[in-house]
Design a binder for this molecule. Structure first.
Ligand SMILES: Cc1cc2nc3c(=O)[nH]c(=O)nc-3n(C[C@H](O)[C@H](O)[C@H](O)COP(=O)(O)OP(=O)(O)OC[C@H]3O[C@@H](n4cnc5c(N)ncnc54)[C@H](O)[C@@H]3O)c2cc1C
Length: 333
């Protein structure tokens, strides 16, 4: 939603986003956050002007007007309805490993399923299946599966996201994608209504899942494949070695672009001679052309300018239209 359309109805009345720039907003944002907090359980967290840079792996971007962690599904329902009634733009934040938050931050409500009640992982009664919370870390899912001698999920270990973010992105690595292993996904829609779908109902594609665009993943059932624990461990080690020999360690958001037809984006960027190019504190990684790293002090604007540079060169020199895999969210100022 554009800034000019944003309307926040706080205790002091209804304000336009033009008002937000004038300094009336701090009191209004606080009042709004207070109003939300009073509707929630004591387990919920509500913060005003929460910096998002520290909540994303790229470490850039401005604050969220209001940031909230529900303490359970009832709180989450209150939050989505609160946002809908007040027409507050809502962003669901996982572990922020596929997000580029612009320097102005998020005008509206950011919701994170960081509370432990959304991060549980357990075996289901059907053999070989796990039910995992939307906020669970992928690393924890892979390790839990390994502990129970369930293979097929090893590729998740090195992806620094949450289950919800991974399903939204249909994350994948080492020749597998998460939806290869999904039996069902339970979600809440933006009206606060819960539902459950099989993958076939969600329109899953390469690095996207349109059926989850306006839904919040509560949990999902994944299918493991029984295997000896040592075998699973060895596969994880092998994947780790492969990952860390090709991927930079500096802060990034992973692969910046989806692979276009015919050539991996990283190779294309390398062939364009762009590896190592720097703008401000951001640089196209020398290790992997499809990673933009924050070398310290980068702004979202630095990263966006590098993205534009790459896209222009790919278009002009190779006729390739690169599409970002990383989601760019928030406002510029
Ligand atoms: C070093 C590094 C390596 C990476 N390697 C890989 C890789 O090998 N393969 C790969 O596919 N990706 C990779 N990524 C990208 C990223 O880790 C994945 O896309 C990951 O699944 C994103 O999860 P997240 O929780 O961080 O989501 P976020 O970045 O927080 O959010 C991404 C999207 O998911 C939505 N979302 C988050 N939680 C939920 C929820 N509960 N319900 C509904 N929507 C939600 C957000 O609104 C947003 O639209 C890498 C990133 C880094 C930094």
């Amino acid at each position: 939603m554009g800034r000019s359309e944003t309307r926040i109805a706080g205790k002091e009345g209804c304000m336009t986003s033009a008002d937000l720039k004038t300094g009336i907003v701090p009191a209004t944002t606080e009042a709004l956050a207070g109003e939300l907090a009073r509707l929630l359980s004591p387990a919920a967290v509500v913060r005003v002007r929460e910096p998002l840079a520290k909540r994303t792996t790229l470490r850039v971007g401005g604050p969220a007007d209001v940031y909230a962690e529900p303490g359970g599904e009832a709180d989450l329902r209150v939050m989505v309805r609160f946002a809908a009634e007040r027409r507050l733009p809502l962003l669901v934040l996982g572990r922020g490993s596929n997000l580029l938050v612009r320097d102005g931050g998020w005008r509206g409500l950011v919701v994170s399923l960081a509370h432990p009640c959304f991060c549980a992982i357990e075996l289901t009664e059907e053999g070989g299946r796990l039910r995992c919370g939307g906020g669970a870390r992928l690393k924890a899912v892979a390790n839990f599966a390994k502990q129970h001698s369930l293979g097929g999920l090893e590729f998740l270990e090195g992806i620094p996201g949450s289950l919800g973010g991974a399903l939204r992105m249909n994350a994948g690595a080492m020749g597998s994608s998460i939806f290869d292993r999904v039996i069902s996904v339970r979600f809440m829609d933006l009206a606060g209504v819960t539902g459950e779908s099989a993958p076939g109902q969600l329109g899953v594609g390469y690095r996207h899942c349109p059926g989850l665009r306006d839904r919040i993943v509560l949990d999902a059932v994944l299918q493991g494949a029984p295997a000896p624990r040592e075998e699973i461990e060895e596969r994880m080690n092998q994947y780790n070695r492969k990952r860390w020999s090709t991927q930079p360690a500096a802060p990034s958001a992973g692969c910046m672009f989806k692979n276009p037809a015919g050539i991996p984006a990283g190779r294309l960027i390398e062939e364009l001679g762009l590896k190592g190019t720097r703008i401000g504190g951001a640089r196209i990684s020398l290790e992997h052309g499809n990673f933009i790293v924050n070398e310290g002090g980068a702004t979202a604007r630095d990263v966006c300018r590098l993205i534009e540079l790459i896209r222009e060169r790919a278009r002009a020199e190779r006729g390739v239209e690169l599409e970002t895999e990383v989601e760019m969210v928030g406002s510029d100022e």
